[in-house]
Design a protein around this ligand. Structure first.
Ligand code: KIV
Length: 312
């Protein structure tokens, strides 16, 4: 069956060639799903996850996009910012998350330096995320000035998510993590960035750290689904860093972060309780221990008795 005959059925390719097993009610999220969600005003959900277990839980919660963000430089590796995380580290975490994801779209962040120097290197690095780590889309920070590069990556059959506004990889140029687009000039630049990404054909764009009014204007202007973080309610979807919503960042939360669970408290409580149980010899209890089978116990006692008798 060729693609033409598949399309004759009237549905998109995704409707016919499904990666989801028969009987599974959840569809695989694709770039087409994101476009459909925007056109049907259904909010898109995205959370970061950087390993198998968290990616699996996020996927099973029905989140549309699992983002292996370069924020893992801070949350997982303890760096001060995102600048030092390497391609190999990003690939390692993307592979782990990939094993946990079934339905969500797996998005990988291209780290700082992996697409800035040279086009062919950028294409090679984007390809590695797909080929070696199972990513379905790569995220690239920057608007207007990245549009040509993004076009070339899409030409290489790799979907791209744009990311504009407060772009953490530009921290040194921005002079800190500052909300962008607060002046008229800033608003105009953000609009130009959004339109450039839209024309370049990105599958979605992250709008980070900008006034709600600006994100609303962008969302109304572009056909591309927008996914906001610190950009207000009017975006086509929302993304947050998992460690932020779990209180696992050891830092005060930004204004836009909603903390759903205090995992720091849970983990700390469990570690303290384990320590107390071990030091007071309350752990392990009898029902947490393995025992010899009765026959082996009896045989062992016979052997020990013999040894004791020989010593006398
Ligand atoms: O790296 C990351 O987690 C991100 C999100 C903040 C969008 O880019």
């Amino acid at each position: 069956m060729d693609a033409g005959s598949i399309r004759q059925g009237g549905g998109a390719l995704e409707d016919v060639v499904s990666l989801t097993s028969i009987g599974d009610p959840r569809q695989k999220i694709t770039v087409a799903t994101l476009r459909d969600k925007k056109s049907q005003s259904q909010p898109i959900t995205c959370l970061t996850a950087y390993d198998y277990s968290s990616a699996r839980l996020v996927d099973e919660a029905g989140i549309d996009i699992v983002l292996v963000g370069d924020s893992l430089a801070m949350t997982m590796l303890g760096h001060e910012n995102t600048l030092s995380v390497t391609m190999d580290e990003m690939l390692h975490h993307t592979r782990a998350a990939h094993r946990g994801v079934k339905h969500a779209m797996l998005m990988a962040d291209m780290p700082f330096g992996s697409y800035h120097a040279e086009l062919n290197e950028a294409l090679r690095n984007a390809t590695r995320f797909v080929k070696e780590a199972g990513a379905e889309i790569v995220k690239i920070e920057g608007g207007e000035k990245r549009a040509d590069l993004i076009r070339r990556v899409i030409d290489a059959e790799i979907p791209v998510a744009g990311h504009i506004g407060l772009t953490p990889q530009s921290v040194n140029v921005m002079g800190g993590y500052k909300v962008q687009g607060k002046s008229l000039g800033g608003v105009e630049q953000l609009m130009r960035d959004a339109v450039a990404l839209d024309r370049a054909g990105v599958a979605c764009m992250i709008l980070e750290g900008m006034p709600r009014e600006v994100a609303a204007m962008i969302t109304a202007e572009v056909k591309t689904p927008t996914i906001g973080i610190g950009a207000g309610l009017d975006c086509d979807g929302q993304v947050l860093v998992l460690h932020d919503i779990l209180n696992l960042t050891f830092a005060p939360a930004a204004k836009f972060v909603r903390r759903y669970v205090d995992a720091a408290e849970l983990i700390s409580h469990a570690a303290h309780a384990f320590r107390a149980d071990v030091t007071s010899r309350q752990y392990p209890a009898e029902n947490e221990s393995y025992h010899l089978p009765r026959e082996t116990q009896a045989a062992l006692e016979t052997v020990l008795d013999r040894k004791r008798a020989m010593k006398r």
